[in-house]
Design a protein around this ligand. Structure first.
Ligand SMILES: *[C@@H]1O[C@H](CO)[C@@H](O)[C@H](O)[C@H]1NC(C)=O
Ligand SMILES: *[C@@H]1O[C@H](CO)[C@@H](O)[C@H](O)[C@H]1NC(C)=O
Length: 277
């Protein structure tokens, strides 16, 4: 489910004259979930030339080579974060086992034809290992009730992830203006995962309570993978004859009554929208 491959289909003609090597399919996944294995493809057409070697590099360091005229034909070299499955790897495909955060980097495939032309074909792409949190973001610092005139000062904090999640605050369904936001640097954990915090700071006015309800919502997303929402919904209740105020901690908004603007309660409505594709 999480193996999302961004296929880079590249057709490259070697710049040198004569016969030219051609890339049929170069494929390095844009994102690889931590712990999964991944396949890199460098499928070329020799156009009648003979292959001398295929070499793979990560960040400029060679980690795999295929040379049909040598024995063994396949060789791997130690590069941090790269764990080649030698059985499964060939001249056109390299399989990496158990991605770690250190597997992220720039991968290059270099195809070299035999003498006399020594035509070469080079293609590269960036691979990023992602670690997607299973937990929803958390809202902290909320009071149980707010009145128009009160200052709202709350934080939304994502679960640790790599890369860091992007947080968005919404008031009554609208993205919050940047001047009400407090941007904090992501907190980097020892395991390399990052935790994002986005503060929301504003003075509530009557305009923030259409139909006597103010709804505050925070979403966390990482590219297309992770889309979870925490929603804080503030409700007003009109105590008909008593001054008692009622609190509700469930998810239906605007449930109660035609209300007085005096008594406000806060319900925390958790709404997990999980769009893992
Ligand atoms: C929000 O988070 C920041 C950074 O961790 C912290 O300094 C601040 O006190 C928090 N504010 C609230 C209202 O929790
Ligand atoms: C996250 O989910 C919401 C609600 O389903 C949707 O409107 C939004 O476009 C999604 N965002 C991403 C990045 O998928």
């Amino acid at each position: 489910m999480l193996t999302i491959a961004c296929c880079l289909l590249v057709s490259l003609i070697s710049a040198q004259g004569g016969r030219a090597l051609r890339m049929k399919n170069f494929e390095v996944p844009l994102h690889v979930p931590r712990g999964e294995s991944t396949t890199l493809r460098c499928e070329f057409d020799l156009q009648g030339e003979r292959l001398y070697s295929v070499k793979w590099y990560k960040g400029g360091r060679e980690f795999f080579r295929y040379v049909p005229n040598e024995r063994p034909m396949k060789q791997d070299y130690k590069v941090t974060g790269v764990n080649v499955d030698m059985e499964a790897s060939t001249g056109q495909v390299v399989v990496l086992q158990t991605a770690t955060l250190a597997t992220s980097g720039r991968y290059k495939c270099e195809v070299l034809a035999e003498a006399p032309a020594f035509n070469t074909l080079v293609e590269h792409a960036i691979l990023t290992v992602v670690d997607i949190p299973q937990e929803k973001p958390v809202v902290r610092g909320a009071q149980e009730r707010y009145h128009p005139g009160d200052v709202v000062r709350i934080n939304c904090t994502s679960a640790p992830s790599k890369p860091a999640a992007t947080l968005t605050w919404y008031i009554n369904g609208e993205v919050v203006d940047d001047k009400y936001l407090l941007h904090y640097p992501p907190y980097m954990q020892v395991d390399g995962l990052e935790q994002s915090t986005l503060g929301l700071h504003f003075r509530a006015t009557h305009a923030h309570f259409p139909q006597n309800v103010m709804s505050l919502r925070c979403t966390a997303s990482i590219g297309i993978f992770y889309n979870k929402t925490e929603e804080a919904s503030l409700e007003t209740h009109r105590p008909a004859l008593s001054l008692e105020s009622r609190e509700h901690f469930y998810g239906s908004r605007g449930t109660t009554s035609t209300s007085s603007p005096l008594s406000l309660t806060v319900g925390l409505l958790l709404c997990v929208l999980n769009a893992l594709r």
